[in-house]
Design a protein around this ligand. Structure first.
Ligand SMILES: [Zn+2]
Length: 705
């Protein structure tokens, strides 16, 4: 989240055609990337950047980077940390600049021209990365420094950079013989074909299925769900009927509200058998092949299993640590899930239903339970979450915690006219960075919410350069004379992205390249969310937009209690999927599996209860095929960290400055430059513990049956 590109993307490319070109175009003096920005705080001059400025800047940036790398490689003197690692780290300055501006703009403020450039530049950037990773001369230099590191008196940050840089080459096969490198390439190619096929099959199976129902079957469903189902049927040429699909926004409202057991079972069976129907979209064999190829691939690279390879660069470090956490949580979640089953069975019995709860009944009876025990109404809450109140409350929280002040900036270029610009000042009044906030949806913006950087904190001539950070959202719009009233989830999202922003604003990284562990990256953001719903903080900022009355205590209580709803189920179905992921990827080559029996046996072995199906079954578990392989655990890993870190504040007071300063100094300033576990221990005084997570999810309660 902090850096869009790693060093390997931004440091230079062997664009031979360009490098050999003698008549370089004269530098365009009107291109803002080719001179200093001359703006307040040196923010990008958004008003002066034209679409046609990007491509020449990318190309010049790559040329410069390439020349800098050539210089490192051809240097006749012995490789040192300074002439190799530091030189590589500081190369490609222009390319970094243009990349950060371009990719931030193409997600938040795109248009046809930018989309065209994106298509053009993406393969060039990928090729650029490959060329560097396969640059034998460069790797030899890095390896020499790595092998002789004792000679260079490196401090911990330098050693961390060197280790990670070296590792990134080795993990891509730089240390292998030519023959093994060729085999690796072949395996990579096969894998890329199979992973694409796997996800295409899931898509096809999801799109192909429709359950048509008649008017009588619509009982209990909300109007909006019925309207969408009518639309879906009409699009499929079944006007006058209603269609439900296995896409989440269609199936889960049906599962939640339809009293028709048979239909619930019908669509749920379709959902959990995607990719497992013995047709041309069957994923059983494909997944088995992927698991096998990955096991072979990492064996070649010298690792025991794929999970060992993946986890080496994560905070978790190895499979045993992941299993420890998952098994421990599993033993706490199962009893709670069982007590949820018995609560729901009670409702079934009271209603005179003569059956045992099945997996396809869960959502329907959980909703009944939720209404009974936790009812929290969205429209009741929104008046207390006016966007400006949430934002100003957040700034107050930041001030109370860290002593920083955040004030609006006018007369400064903005990434979009609707964005707001802020000056973030440190306790002593010095400038920490610029923060943009861009709240509402528009056609040129991607879905979701994120935090990005137009410029990362970095050091030039021993002086820190302040970052330019942006947070982007798609929040509810104001309507008529009613201001933007956020949902509770949207309010938490604002805190979440602001947590990422603090990580960027407080960074004190001496080097451009940082290595943030994947299972650590959400700590700063998820931690911040805790303040959004703390009673003390809600009383401060959640005020009725008309009367300015603070939120009633009864609503605060409901917000707190709603956090316990259905947690046995949610934790169990999630853990089942996480464990399955780990089970596949801790198989050693040759790793022969037959997917269906493998999955069935494993869930039996760990004691998954019959009322719950894993959140994902093997043949549609997209995460474990692309990107989250041996990584699905990381959501709950990060949750353990944020709950435990927040507990440190709760122990001393949620605005305790000493704890906040320690968090800033030990984690936010260092993130990406030090081992994740070490940073956590430095802050917390010990390794993370799971009790705060269990407590906050209501998983500490004893089973009642
Ligand atoms: Zn995040």
């Amino acid at each position: 989240m902090r850096k869009i590109f790693n060093l390997l993307l931004i440091s230079g490319l062997l664009l031979l055609s360009l490098a050999g070109c003698k008549n370089e175009p004269a530098t365009d003096t009107t291109n803002p990337f080719f001179s200093s920005y001359s703006t307040p705080y040196d923010v990008p001059p958004f008003d002066r950047i034209r679409a046609k400025d990007y491509m020449p800047a990318f190309e010049k940036g790559m040329q410069e980077g390439k020349a800098e790398i050539d210089k490192i490689v051809s240097d006749k003197s012995d490789p040192t940390f300074k002439n190799t690692i530091e030189a590589l780290d500081s190369s490609g300055k222009l390319l970094t600049e243009v990349s950060q501006v371009f990719f931030s703009q193409s997600s938040a403020n795109t248009n046809d021209s930018l989309q065209q450039i994106e298509v053009e530049i993406s393969p060039k950037m990928a090729a650029y990365q490959d060329e560097i990773l396969l640059n034998k001369g460069l790797f030899q230099k890095i390896k020499t420094v790595y092998d002789n590191q004792d000679k260079f008196n490196l401090d911990p940050a330098q050693k961390f950079l060197l280790d990670n840089l070296y590792k990134s080459f080795v993990r891509n096969g730089a240390n292998l013989s030519q023959q093994d490198q060729d085999t690796l390439k072949e395996l990579n190619q096969k894998l890329s074909v199979l992973t694409v096929k796997f996800s295409q099959n899931v898509l096809a199976e999801t799109n192909d299925y429709k359950m048509y129902v008649t008017k009588d079957d619509l009982a209990g469903l909300p109007d909006a769900v019925i309207a969408t189902a009518a639309e879906t049927a009409k699009e499929a040429g079944h006007e006058g009927e209603w269609a439900f699909t296995t896409q989440r926004p269609s199936i889960f409202p049906f599962m939640t509200y339809s009293p028709n057991r048979e239909l619930r079972k019908k669509i749920f069976d379709a959902y959990i058998n995607r990719g497992n129907n013995g047709n041309q979209y069957d994923n059983n064999k494909i997944l088995a092949d992927i698991v096998q190829l990955r096991a072979r691939r990492v064996k070649l690279l010298g690792y025991k299993t794929h999970a060992d390879y993946v986890l080496e660069v994560r905070m978790a470090k190895n499979p045993a640590n992941v299993f420890d956490l998952l098994d421990n949580l599993w033993s706490k979640a199962i009893p709670v899930a069982k007590s949820e089953v018995s609560e729901m069975q009670k409702i079934i019995d009271q209603e005179g239903g003569d059956f045992k709860l099945q997996p396809s009944d869960w959502w329907y009876y959980a909703e009944k339970l939720r209404k009974k025990k936790y009812d929290l109404n969205d429209s009741e809450l929104r008046p207390y979450f006016k966007l400006e109140n949430v934002r100003d409350g957040l700034f107050t929280v930041a001030n109370k915690l860290f002593g920083i002040t955040i004030t609006p900036l006018t007369d400064i270029p903005k990434p979009h006219p609707d964005a707001q610009a802020y000056d973030v000042k440190d306790t002593d009044g010095s400038h920490l960075g610029v923060l943009y906030m861009d709240f509402h949806p528009r056609g040129s913006k991607q879905q979701g919410a994120w935090c990005g950087e137009y410029r990362s904190y970095h050091v030039v001539d021993n002086k820190g350069v302040a970052p330019v950070v942006t947070t982007v959202f798609n929040f509810t719009n104001p309507s008529g004379d009613q201001p933007a009233l956020l949902s509770l989830e949207e309010a938490s999202t604002m805190y979440h992205e602001f947590g990422h922003a603090l990580d960027a604003l407080f960074s004190k990284s001496r080097y451009n390249e940082t290595y943030i562990a994947w299972d650590f990256v959400e700590l700063p953001s998820q931690l911040m969310e805790h303040w959004a719903t703390e009673p003390e903080v809600l009383r401060m900022y959640a005020r009725n937009y008309k009367t300015n009355e603070p939120i009633p205590e009864s609503l605060i209580k409901k917000i707190k209690n709603s956090g316990y709803f259905n947690q046995g189920f949610e934790t169990t179905e999630y853990l089942a999927a996480s464990l399955l992921d780990m089970k596949y990827y801790t198989l050693e080559a040759p790793a022969n599996v037959e997917v269906q029996p493998f999955e069935k046996n494993y869930f039996e072995q760990i004691g998954l209860i019959p009322e719950i199906v894993s959140r994902y079954r093997s043949t549609y578990f997209l995460h474990i095929v692309g990107g989250y392989d041996a990584g699905y655990y990381s959501y709950i890993w990060a949750a353990v960290l944020d709950n435990d870190a927040f507990e440190a504040f709760k122990e001393k007071g949620i605005f305790n400055r000493d704890v906040a300063d320690s968090y800033r100094k030990n984690i936010l300033e260092k993130n990406g430059t030090e081992d994740a576990m070490q940073m956590f221990v430095n802050f917390r005084g010990r390794k993370p513990e799971i009790e705060p997570l269990l407590k906050n999810r209501g998983l500490l309660q004893q089973t009642k049956d």
